[in-house]
Write a protein that binds this ligand. Sequence first.
Ligand code: SF4
Ligand code: SF4
Length: 165
Amino acid sequence: MADFLSTGIIDAQTLQKLNLIPSPERIRMGPVAIIECPQEIPCDACVAACPSHAISKTNINSLPRIDFDKCTGCSLCLLACPGLAIFVVDLSPTNGKAYVTVPYEFLPVPKRGDKVALLDRAGSEIGVGEVVKVFMSRDRTYAITLEVDYDKAMSVRAFKISSRR
Ligand code: SF4
Ligand code: SF4
């Protein structure tokens, strides 16, 4: 298990160990938030943003915890998170595809139908996905939903716009 404190990159095994990954059964049921925020920092924007009261912290510095059964996958916590640490994953499609919603703070903002290069947590390219939804918060933080291959859904955490669009 790589040490994310020294590399700056967390991996799926560490997230699993920290109980931050929903069960496979829950992810297959429909969109659900995955909070990749493993350090104790004084922030609770995600807690305040959730209309389903699915996220909790025992104090302002503790790690956020999510009740995956309460989460509806609405993405409001994702839009509110200043750390860009929340993603919404949907493994319910049965056509070999999955949906991953990621925060996005770059320009230009992609549009629906664009093909983009998918990036993993380390920023390495791992394939091509398609933008299926673009939405934003009141403060103009964007969230982009990507259609990706099913087996990449737990790895894709960012994207870049290809110059060959
Ligand atoms: S996706 Fe929506 S329901 Fe789920 S934890 Fe975030 S704000 Fe709450
Ligand atoms: S809003 Fe983001 S950075 Fe703040 S506690 Fe929640 S997940 Fe962590």
